[in-house]
Every structure is written in C-alpha cells, then in structure tokens.
Design a protein around this ligand. Sequence first.
Ligand code: G6P
Length: 483
Amino acid sequence: MSRRRLIVVSNRGPVAYARDASGERVAGRGGGGLATALRGLVARHDVTWIASALTDEDRAVAAESGGTLDEVGSDGSPYRLTLLAHDTDAYDGYYNVVANPLLWFTQHYLFGLGDAPVLGERFARAWSEGYVRVNRSFADAVVAELDNDGEATVFFHDYHLYLAPRFVRDARRDAMLAQFVHIPWPQSDAWSVLPQEARAAIHDGLLANDVVGVHTERWRRNLCASAADVVGAERDVEGRLAYRGHTTAVTSRPISVDCAEFDALADSEPVLDAERRIESTRPERLVVRVDRIDPSKNIVRGFTAFGLLLDLHPEWRGRVTMLALLNPSREDVPEYAAYRESIEREVAAVNDRHGGAGYRPVEVRIGDDFPLSVAAYKQYDVLLVNAVFDGLNLVAKEGPLVNRRDGVLVLSENAGAFDELAEWSLGVSPFDVLGQAEALNAALTMDEAERARRARALADHVRAHDLDWWIGGLEHLLEPSSA
Ligand code: G6P
C-alpha cells in the first residue's frame, strides 16, 4: 500500500493532553473506538491531523505551538497535529446543541416525535453561531494546510463536519475531498425534523466531497435516496451522485479492529490482572456488555431483557450475572444525564427483584477502564450488543476477537456489524425485550460444538477483515484520479 499525504479532519483527535499528578504534561489516547481505529492511518500515511482542542491542556498546547505540532503515534510513527481552540460558546452550540442531541438523535432515530425535538431560537443560534462557525474554522485550517501541500487528500470524519467540505470546495475547486460517516444514515423522512435550510446545507456540504463512505450498504442506500429527496442529486451512469456540476462516489466499507494491537493487549499485564479479578468472582455464566452511556446503545432495554430472562427461566438465578462496563459520555447533554438515571433505576429494579443471598444479578461498572473491557471480552459466555441503531459497533468485533470461552454474540439487527456477522450471531430486534430474553437463554443453553463453531467463524471473519483491510479498501478511493 503506497503512502499518501493525508489531511485527516475529525472533531476528536487521536490524543488528549492533560497534566499528571506531578504537573507533567502527558498525552493520553483520545476517547472512543473511532479515534482508536483512525490512529491506524498515521502508521500507513503521511498525516496532518486537524482536530478540536478539547481539554484545557489541549488549548495550552495549541497556544504554545501556534497551532501545529509534531506528534508520534502509538507505534512511533510521526505525524503533525493541528489543534483548533474554538470559541467556547460556539463549540457548546456545535457539540452540545447541534451535533449530539440533534444530528446524532436524528441519525439514530432516537426522537419520540410526539414531543421532540422542539427547534426554536436556541437551535437557530447554535446552528449559525456554533455548527456553521466551527465547521468554517475547520475548513479554514484545511485550506491553510492545502496551501502548504495542494496535492494532499483531505479525509473528513463524521457528523460534526458536514458543512466543512463545501467551504473548502468553494476555496479550492480542485482539492481531493473525502468523508467517512461512521454513524447510520437514516431514511429521507428522518431528515424532516431539521429546518429546510439546515437539512439542505448538510446534504450540500457532504456532496462537495469526491467520495463519501459509510459502513454498510443499508446506510449507503439511504444516503443516495436522501441526497435525491432533499437536494435533488441524480445518479449518473456509474452510480455516482451528480449535483451542482460535481460528482460524488458513495461507497460502503465496514471499519474494523487492529488485530495485532488487540492480541498484544489481551496478553498484557493490566488485562491479565483485571481478568484474574473477574475470574475470582465470576459465576457459572457471564453475560457482558461494554458501551458508552448513550441512548442509542439501548442499555436500559438490555437490563429489562436480562430481568425477563430470570423471570422466564428461574433456573438461571444465582448462576448467571450480567456485567455491564459503561463509559460516561457527553455528560453536558441533558438527554445523556437523564439516560444514565434510567439505567440506574432499571438496574436497581432487576437487582431488587432477583437478587439476594449473596447474588447480585447485574453488576455495573461506570468508568473508562480499557484493560477491564478487554478482560471482560475474554471472559464472556454471552456478549450483548442490542443497539437501537449503530453505524457499525466495534464491540461486536473486538469481543469475538479475544474471547476465550467460545462465547455467543447476541447482536441487534440495527447495528451495522449485523450485515457482516449475522450468520454466526443470534440476531435480535432492539425493541423486542422478550426476544432478547429468549436469545440470551438460547445463547446460554447452546451446545458446546455449536458455540465453538460460531465463535471461531466470528474471530476468523474479523481477522480476515481487519483495520488494514478497511484502510486498504479505501485507498484507491482516496487517489486523486478517482475524483
Ligand atoms: C462514537 C461514534 C463516532 C463518533 C464518536 C464521537 O464513537 O461511533 O462515530 O465520532 O462517538 O464521540 P465523542 O465522545 O467525541 O462525542
């Protein structure tokens, strides 16, 4: 695979700076599976990464470096990092009003439309003074970088940056622009919750790219349909979207895991240590879930389903525990704080109903403890991924890769990973808690040979379609000649 010059643009960057107890500056990993996966780009290409300064220390670094600094990836590969210190009010509107509660909710179908969303002045201000403004400053930084290297390919990521490609295209007609959307693309009607101007601007911005990627064919179909319905884009003979005198190729390719990194992690001392702690207290069977605390992950219904399992199959009481490792997320967004409370209520309800005599059916750990997550992946008998909707869901790939117990994957049919992994998992509707309870029971009672067959097939699939495979498949699309 040839190295190319890439300008990677994402809201959250690959590192986050902080001060340790002794006051020294330390660079930690940027949170979330996406940043982890994209870090693979640094090893393979000559990368300048443009991201938001998110912590106080990020801002200090941005101020000292005058914007751009030299960094090294986890494997020692050098890259350049540009941190943008946005105006805090603008960032608040962009992230806490538009990107997360509105775009994320729209694209994951999370609104109960009877009463939400209500888009008044707060939204209007957050849109024009937040989302538009922050996208504009990302675009300005990209244009400045293209002034240094006009041949570089620009690779935008995700729903935070739908407008930036148009701003760049207006300034640099011939630039090679690509964007990957890592979350679901909903059907056309879902976009009707946004004011006409906003939904048109989003599609207009996205179609300023030469290439747009999504994880699955389902999201690709929806994107082509809404581009036609919302802004009148047409399909040309090669299947590209033609719009405003420009064509955009829309492609699907599911992201994956760096298998070597996971294998090494699975054998690392922090993971072995966490695994020993799990082993010393684990019951006969362990159901695991690992998620950010996000309504799209369907955590509450998962606990309801687990409670139902114990109602319907009381023989499991005392013999199976559900271990939920939950990572706090977007806590300044009220919907997320409310969701965390719903989780706590449902856990208490299940534990009150079925617990006692030293048995606690649901064990929840809230925090960001990656070694513990990998240890739980190794130890599960059942992995529950029941997302309402999910662009892909990396947990569904990470777990089977390192699991050591021939564990069974129970997987939502609305997770992008279902397209790839359906054959070897137990599919569930995320809304059907009875179906989820029965799937958990089927997983717990599946015979050994069948469990082993499925577990092996899942791991083999992930190994054959790893992060290198994902990046390799995007390679030719990022070549200027594909524009
Ligand atoms: C998840 C999604 C990504 C998204 C990220 C943002 O990981 O899968 O598509 O970019 O969340 O998370 P953040 O913590 O930065 O809001």
